[in-house]
Design a protein around this ligand. Structure first.
Ligand SMILES: [Zn+2]
Length: 207
């Protein structure tokens, strides 16, 4: 492909004075459809003038009127964040606002969104949307861990195999109920441990 001829400034300006809808949308970072649906300034011939367009886009930052659907999405995000900003942080943000106007807050938002995206890229598992059953499972595991930990904090603890229900007594595991005044901590007895390992091996051999 031949190298494009270098444009003079005058030619560049002439091009920017009559942008297509596609180029105009690209310039301000929205979709052509979104641009068409809004009251962006247009020339009589239907083209967009880059300068009026960017002025319009800049002024729009403070004027944007969200639909109920958009506002609802925004409120969901805000709800999950509320309480995260301390009075000290808010006062730092206010300081940015008094120095740079709305652009100061905007800088916070852009940084926040960019950092959030970077976090998601770094820890995709932690931020992947979860199904309700996955959440229930995680909560149940958490609950069990907590219960075990509280049980082991208690003075009297009886250790019971979670597979066969046997009670540990020293080196032995016996068929006996744990004493009534003891908390139960779950463990796996050596026999069940072996059984588990065998089953696991079988499972992996199958695949
Ligand atoms: Zn057991």
């Amino acid at each position: 492909m031949a190298k494009p001829a270098k444009l003079t400034g005058t030619v560049e300006i002439a091009i920017m004075e009559q942008l297509s809808q596609q180029a105009a949308a690209w310039l301000i970072g929205i979709t052509p459809r979104a641009l068409r649906d809004q009251d962006a300034p247009r020339r009589p011939d239907g083209c967009y003038d880059a300068r009026s367009l960017t002025e319009w886009a800049t002024s729009r930052i403070t004027q944007v009127k969200l639909t109920d659907g958009e506002l609802e999405k925004l409120l969901t995000v805000v709800d999950s964040m509320s309480g995260l900003l301390t009075p000290a942080m808010l006062s730092d943000l206010d300081e940015l606002h008094s120095k740079h106007g709305v652009s100061g807050w905007l800088a916070f938002l852009v940084t926040f969104i960019e950092e959030s995206k970077a976090d998601i890229a770094r820890y995709p598992d932690a931020t992947r949307p979860k199904a309700q059953e996955d959440i229930d499972l995680a909560v149940a595991e958490c609950h069990e861990r907590m219960e075990n930990s509280i049980a082991s904090d208690a003075l009297k603890v009886a250790t019971v195999c979670e597979d066969c229900g046997k009670l540990r007594r020293g080196r032995k595991w016996v068929v006996e109920d744990p004493p009534a005044d003891h908390c139960v901590a779950e463990w796996v007895c050596p026999r069940c441990e072996k059984k588990r390992a065998k089953a696991e091996k079988k499972q992996t051999e199958k695949h």
